[in-house]
Design a protein around this ligand. Structure first.
Ligand SMILES: Cc1ncc(C[n+]2csc(CCOP(=O)(O)OP(=O)(O)O)c2C)c(N)n1
Length: 655
């Protein structure tokens, strides 16, 4: 395997193709154990090799959109010997990370950022008058994202040198959606363009063995349809199409933005890719090369199931099967969410479901299957999803936006300006609220309580189990205000789910266990959402050591149940809060503020995530152990409060 990107430049064409085979083998073998983004990476093997053949990182910059397709780049940039650690504790991260390598010039994990970042680098280079090439690699689904278009709109008048690679495999995670995806498809199938092809032909002719190269390009015509035809030429008898310029299927979208378009070309044809990139490198105007790739190329199971193998757990290499859940494993929160959406939509025709390109991940696919007319996939467009929902809400609907907590951050202004300010009854089901352990800091959902609690009109809830998730979803559909429900990734608690959901009292906590008043020192334990399980365990341990514990499920972080918090705050000697959220601005902070307002001075031990970006690891348990979100740590901290109490009293006496 190649240890340094410079080696890629020395290999013969045969060796390059052997390298591609070896890389595919490595991807398939390692990800069978670790899981990860297999399909997208199998699709960019030749493209990444060609990029390293033509350009030189870290001097030249590769900016990958989302950067889930960066594994091949990692393998070629000095990380092959650690590749087996990808997505595991202390191993390589599954995304671009500036702190991991000088070859990762821009970190990502959220979609749609690459074009802007790359353009920023071009502007900096132009200011500095240096000569780095900046290459932006973005998928067809990135073009469903607003930021991508904001950047495209800016490229032509910002820089003369910008290289974009549109990696088009027709898939987002699910099948790509929307008009742009249809447009790209027309580009692929239309025979009429492209002016740049002439320049490209001339370029090829200037190369040593130029005629051979040109022939090769013509031979590859099947995968290279656009590059050798004329721009804007409308075949006889055909109308100019709806745009009135080059017609449908012409690259006007890019050309009108001042970006030259070349393609589409076969993204698995290494010699052609290398020549095309050499040409792009020589261009003195912004250019986008439209590259066609196959998600999962080289591995049958991934080719046949592109959605499953976009991001997959450990699998059997021969069959491609992932391990079935162990018998008795509770359903995932995502499945309960999907089933509840179907139930609610059947009950109430004002309820609809909206996803931003995550039908499977969120579980909303169940609604698509059962009631497709009540289901909307808007593409990777969280801001649009939220404002679209706000629009529907003004017309009497109760739209449910199923968006991961981390991705909802992008739509913060829309939540503020379009939903909360107008007090519209949009419901947000915030999946992945908590850790996404293998993915790491780009995907952990640890900030939503903090970013929502300051907004007026918000109702914010966290269910302790799957049955309560159902109740909260139902309760949310009956509100006249924005409602947010946060719940984690993966298996729920395994409690029975009622046939019909119940209406919860707004802003009312649930006391799961009251003080026994048997004489022990009193500890009131508040466990937010599924942290109730930890709260119960901590209580059991403390009770076994002679303490008297109450366990409370707060249910709501807004409006907070002031009465219940006040009661237990006054009754307890120590209060313990447990949350799967950043401590800074989280639920424990709400409790402290409430106590401060009520003049309650009972010590509060807060367990949650510290004020730092939490790394990735093999599992949630590893990270919880490392950062103290454990029963043992909670119990030790509570006991330390009792140990400190007499010392504090003494100090007062001396004073
Ligand atoms: C803001 C945001 N929303 C959703 C996602 C989830 N997501 C990760 S990759 C992906 C699809 C990317 O498709 P594309 O850009 O075409 O790349 P491909 O995987 O097809 O190579 C989505 C929706 C994300 N990373 N960021």
């Amino acid at each position: 395997m190649v240890k340094d990107p410079l080696h890629v430049k020395k290999l013969t064409p045969e060796q390059l193709s052997t390298l591609a085979t070896e890389i595919r083998q490595e991807l398939i073998t390692v990800l069978a154990k670790n899981g990860g983004h297999l399909g997208p990476n199998l699709g960019v093997v030749e493209l990444t090799i060609a990029l390293h053949r033509v350009f030189s990182t870290p001097h030249d910059k590769f900016v990958w959109d989302v950067s889930h397709q960066i594994y091949v780049h990692k393998l070629l940039t000095g990380r092959a010997d650690r590749f087996h650690t990808i997505r595991t504790t202390d191993g390589l991260n599954g995304f671009a990370l500036r702190s991991e390598s000088a070859h990762d010039c821009f970190g990502a994990g959220h979609a749609g950022t690459a074009l802007s970042a790359a353009l920023g680098m071009c502007a900096a280079r132009d200011q500095k008058k240096t000569d780095e090439n900046v290459v932006c690699i973005f998928g067809d689904a990135a073009l469903t994202n607003g930021i991508s278009f904001e950047a495209l709109n800016n490229i032509g008048h910002t820089t003369k040198k910008f290289i974009g690679i549109l990696n088009d495999n027709e898939w987002s995670i699910a099948k790509n959606v929307g008009a742009v995806s249809g447009y790209l498809n027309k580009l692929i199938t239309s025979p009429r363009y492209n002016a740049l092809a002439r320049d490209f032909e001339k370029f090829l002719m200037r190369l040593p063995k130029g005629e051979v190269a040109l022939k090769l390009a013509h031979k590859a015509e099947e995968g290279f349809k656009g590059a050798i035809a004329d721009v804007g030429m409308i075949p006889k008898g055909e109308s100019p199409g709806t745009d009135g310029r080059g017609g449908y299927g012409s690259p006007v979208l890019f050309e009108e933005m001042g970006i030259r378009y070349l393609g589409p070309i076969d993204g698995h044809d290494l010699p052609l890719l290398i020549q095309t990139l050499e040409f792009a490198k020589s261009c003195d105007h912004p250019i986008v090369i439209h590259v066609l790739t196959q998600k999962g190329k080289g591995y049958e199971a991934a080719l046949n199931q592109p959605e499953k193998f976009h991001g997959v757990g450990p699998y059997d290499i021969v069959t491609g099967n992932t391990a079935p859940a162990k018998p008795g494993t509770p359903p995932n929160y995502q499945d309960v969410f999907g089933a509840t959406m179907v139930k609610l939509c059947k009950k109430d025709n004002t309820v609809v479901g909206i996803t931003a390109a995550m039908p499977s991940g969120t579980g909303l696919k169940a609604l698509e299957k059962a009631m497709p007319e009540r289901y909307y996939d808007v593409g990777i467009a969280e801001e649009h999803a939220v404002i679209f929902a706000a629009g529907m809400a003004t017309m009497g609907f109760h739209p449910v936006c199923a968006i991961y907590s981390t991705f909802l951050q992008r739509a913060y202004d829309c939540i503020h300006h379009d939903v909360c300010l107008q007090d519209l009854p949009v419901i947000f089901c915030m999946d992945r609220a908590g850790l996404s352990a293998n993915d790491g800091p780009t995907h952990h959902g640890l900030f939503d309580i903090a970013y929502l609690r300051c907004l007026p009109n918000v109702i914010a809830m966290a269910p302790k189990d799957e049955d309560e998730l159902q109740d909260m979803m139902f309760t949310a559909t009956l509100q006249k205000h924005p409602a947010f429900i946060r719940y984690p990734r993966g298996a729920a608690e395994g409690v029975p789910i009622k046939d019909q959901p119940a209406l919860l009292e707004l802003g009312k906590a649930e006391v799961l266990q009251n003080f026994s008043n048997t004489g022990g020192r009193k500890v009131a334990i508040f466990g937010l959402g599924p942290m109730c399980t930890l709260a119960r365990k901590a209580a059991a341990k403390l009770v076994s050591e002679g303490f008297d514990c109450a366990v409370i499920n707060p249910r709501f972080t807004k409006p907070i149940d002031v009465g219940t918090h006040e009661f237990f705050g006054r009754a307890a000697d120590v209060v313990l809060t447990l949350e799967d959220h950043a401590l800074m601005g989280g639920y424990g902070s709400i409790v402290l503020e409430t106590f401060s307002e009520k003049g309650i001075s009972t010590p509060v031990v807060r367990i949650g995530w510290p004020d730092q970006f939490i790394e990735h690891a093999s599992s949630q348990d590893v990270l919880r152990q490392r950062h103290g979100l454990t029963v043992d740590n909670a119990v030790a901290k509570v006991k330390a409060q009792f140990a400190e109490a007499p010392a504090a009293a003494k100090l007062l006496e001396i004073a």
